[in-house]
Design a protein around this ligand. Structure first.
Ligand SMILES: Nc1ncnc2c1ncn2[C@@H]1O[C@H](COP(=O)(O)OP(=O)(O)OP(=O)(O)O)[C@@H](O)[C@H]1O
Length: 450
């Protein structure tokens, strides 16, 4: 219950209710504020909602809330007329760009003088920002959590360059967060409610990659039965994230350079140039300088791409992030309600801290998932860690660091073979076993002919 003086009504009349709602929603900071009517139609959509969800007011206003935000989570998230007030309800919001954002939702229903439900005011916050654990000791930035000075530096760079149009090159091993960082940069930029699209240049054959990036016209090659709009056109106005850019074949490097310089390209089999306005963010686990020296990467393109380089350190070099991310991931699984972990056995924690994490944060996610799948009870125990934790880390430390140059090929091929055997035909499981993304795993298999 809040209190207001008798003069408040007069003041409200003069100041206007709408500017007041706008000002209050601005003060909610990272929380997305919106108002729906009794039919769930969105009447008010704050700037912070645009920013958090990457959905513009012109798309959201007048639409039923459930067609704009696809949510699931604890209980029925829409039953507001009955519930009247909802406080910090955990839910996942599935965004149009395919990202799932774990959030907390607070909402209040409104009723007219006759007690008829007229709608609700809702505030949705990203989970990482309202958990008690996040108080003060770490940074939380568009889903990126860290206590590490180098990661904090990376976040500071993102904040500084987001407003500009410079190209950014993110360097880091597989699973260190290159894509989440690229997405954060997009969300901070003036392009945030235009598309953010991502492609892994290592995961497709050169001809498929060209088609995927630049599109093709009907009849461009056997099988091109219809026109295909490429990612550059689909990302128009927004951002295109080119992961593993060092794997781009030389002929496509020339085409990419042209888009960067002239902002246009010719689709495969086409004869007319298409103009686009796309911000490029590229990432690689390799040193582009080394690739240039080896003649595999164009020097002019390297300079175009790495105007602002950002380095993401591997997880083994930022041990203080292990506990932070571990608990963040445990909280996310706890919300699903099947098991609740509120302690980690000290011997398990010791191993988790000592482990070399070749697959970085993605591997940490897999470890938590594994523990939730195989274990029971409120404590995460040593026996719930995946098999590799039961071997001496001498062996684990010798594992190739996923995606790193210089990894010993013999060991790496062995790891891939072992992962394939463990996965028993399931490639997702095999990639997980090797601590790699599916794309990286696919690339390594191809490399060793496995
Ligand atoms: N600092 C972080 N805080 C929270 N989640 C993180 C962080 N870093 C990475 N993640 C999560 O870890 C997973 C892997 O991250 P991401 O896909 O961005 O890595 P990547 O470097 O692009 O990997 P790859 O090169 O193999 O594609 C994602 O689910 C991402 O959300």
């Amino acid at each position: 219950m809040s209190f207001s003086s008798a003069l408040f009504k007069t003041w409200l009349y003069r100041a206007g209710a709408e500017p007041l709602v706008e000002a209050l929603s601005d003060l909610a900071d990272s929380g997305a504020v919106f108002i729906v009517d009794a039919d769930s139609q969105i009447l008010f959509w704050s700037k912070s909602a645009e920013k958090l969800f990457g959905i513009g007011a012109e798309t959201a206003l007048g639409q039923p809330c459930h067609t704009v935000l696809h949510c699931d989570g604890e209980g029925d998230p829409c039953n507001l007329a009955e519930l009247r007030i909802i406080k910090s309800q955990g839910l996942n919001v599935h965004l149009p760009n395919g990202v799932t954002l774990p959030c907390y939702r607070t909402a209040r229903a409104f009723f007219d003088g006759n007690g008829v439900f007229v709608g609700a005011l809702e505030i949705v916050r990203p989970q990482t920002e309202s958990q008690p654990a996040s108080a003060g000791d770490h940074d939380s930035f568009h889903g990126i959590l860290t206590r590490d000075p180098l990661m904090r530096e990376a976040i500071a760079i993102i904040r500084n360059v987001a407003e500009t149009e410079v190209t950014v090159l993110i360097r880091g091993e597989s699973g260190t967060g290159k894509e989440i960082v690229a997405h954060a940069l997009h969300l901070e930029s003036p392009r945030h409610f235009q598309p953010f699209l991502a492609i892994n240049c290592a995961a497709l054959t050169p001809s498929l990659l060209e088609s995927e990036l630049f599109g093709h016209v009907k009849g461009a090659f056997t099988g091109a039965v219809r026109h295909h709009i490429g990612l550059f056109q689909r990302a128009n106005g927004g951002t295109l994230f080119l992961d593993e850019v060092a794997e781009l074949p030389l002929e496509l490097q020339a085409k990419l350079l042209r888009v960067l310089q002239e902002r246009n390209f010719i689709p495969v089999g086409g004869d007319a140039a298409v103009s686009v306005d796309v911000r490029i963010i590229a990432a690689t686990h390799r040193s582009l300088r080394e690739e240039v020296k080896a003649g595999r990467f164009r020097e002019d393109l390297m300079y175009r791409l790495r105007v602002v380089p950002i380095y993401l350190p591997p997880l083994r070099d930022r041990r203080q992030d292990i506990g932070l991310l571990l608990w963040h991931l445990i909280e996310r699984h706890n919300l699903q309600g099947r098991r609740r972990i509120d302690a980690i056995a000290p011997e398990a924690m010791r191993l988790l801290l000592d482990y070399p994490w070749p697959g970085n944060v993605r591997e940490l996610q897999n470890v938590v998932e594994y523990a939730f799948a195989v274990g029971r009870g409120s404590e995460m125990r040593l026996e719930e860690l995946p098999p590799e934790f039961r071997e001496p880390f001498g062996t684990a430390a010798k594992l190739p660091l996923a995606g790193q140059t210089g990894a010993r090929s013999g060991d790496e091929a062995g790891l891939i073979r072992e992962a394939l055997a463990q996965g028993g035909g399931n490639l997702e499981q095999a990639a997980r076993y090797a601590g790699m993304s599916r794309a990286t795993f696919w690339r390594k298999r191809r490399k060793y002919g496995l």
